[in-house]
Write a protein that binds this ligand. Structure first.
Ligand SMILES: NC(=O)c1ccc[n+]([C@@H]2O[C@H](COP(=O)([O-])OP(=O)(O)OC[C@H]3O[C@@H](n4cnc5c(N)ncnc54)[C@H](O)[C@@H]3O)[C@@H](O)[C@H]2O)c1
Length: 255
């Protein structure tokens, strides 16, 4: 059987660990060549070394316009084209509205929201040159509904959901599809980093969900793979949820 991403070149941001790294592994297994982009250089290089020829690493702070220009140059000069962009890099900040400083707010918006904007904008010429492609933007269930203590994160993830649709409308005629992915709680270091570095027991959260567990990075990588591949050729401007059933209910559920 032909690999699902045969002949495709992808750039994945925030790809040194977590869902980004799981996505890179899945893409390479399905025949893609992948530029791993992150600010975590040692982990990113180690992943590229492990995967060998179909993978390479470039330093990319997604909030930096000049870093984006360099990363786009790196992917097209290394692999000759770009067909898939995964805007996955993200940071989380817990804090009540009144305790969220302007610096906290701006840090989250710079990475999650501005990073996604810059990524899409910078990739368009290469995607057009390739005759079309797929952009996958990592939003969250926090881009669909709200939870306390997440003002900055929620603002950034709603923004990603919205700008995904605008980009889909503008870029559809060029054969460029743009979709947002909305994971529920996934067991990565994003959450432990946001609470000061210690590992939280996510079991109680998992037991509240229809599927009775929190997600694993591979649960999201499989969805991103579908959206990156031509199997999703009629999907654009849409929201793809993988949350174990978290958003199937509402606050009036008493069970
Ligand atoms: N883990 C969850 O429960 C969850 C749920 C919904 C959505 N998400 C979203 O999924 C995406 C991936 O999350 P994860 O859980 O794998 O996180 P993670 O913390 O494990 O990995 C994030 C990666 O992004 C990188 N990064 C951070 N700032 C960056 C920057 N300025 N430029 C480039 N790279 C940067 C980090 O170095 C890290 O390698 C994020 O956008 C996150 O908001 C996560």
């Amino acid at each position: 059987m032909t690999p699902r991403l045969a002949g495709k070149v992808a750039l994945v941001t925030g790809a040194a660990r977590g869902m980004g790294a799981a996505t890179v592994r899945r893409f390479v297994a399905e025949g893609a060549r992948v530029m791993i982009a992150d600010i975590s250089d040692d982990a990113g290089k180690a992943l590229a070394d492990e995967l060998g020829e179909p993978a390479a690493y470039t330093h990319l702070d997604v909030s930096s316009e000049s870093d984006w220009a360099s990363a786009m140059e790196a992917v097209t000069s290394t692999f000759g084209a770009l067909h898939v962009l995964v805007n996955n890099a993200g940071v989380l900040h817990f804090g009540s509205l009144v305790d969220t400083t302007l610096a906290d707010y701006q840090r989250v918006i710079s990475v999650n929201q501005v990073g996604t904007f810059l990524g899409m904008r910078t990739a368009v010429p290469a995607l057009r040159a390739a005759g079309g492609g797929s952009i996958v933007n990592l939003s969250s269930v926090e881009g669909l509904a709200a939870a306390p203590m997440l003002t900055a994160y929620t603002a950034s993830k709603f923004a990603i959901r919205g700008m995904t649709k605008v980009a889909a409308l503008e870029l559809g005629p060029d054969g460029i599809r743009v979709n947002s992915v909305h994971p529920g709680m996934i067991d990565t270091e994003l959450i432990s980093d946001a609470v000061g570095g210690h590992k939280l027991d996510l079991g109680p959260v998992g037991r509240k969900l229809a599927l009775r567990r929190v997600g694993e990075p591979e649960d999201i990588a499989n969805l991103v793979l579908f959206l990156a591949s031509d199997e999703s050729r009629y999907c654009t401007g849409a929201e793809f949820v993988a949350d174990g059933g978290a958003t199937a209910t509402h606050a009036l559920n008493v069970t």
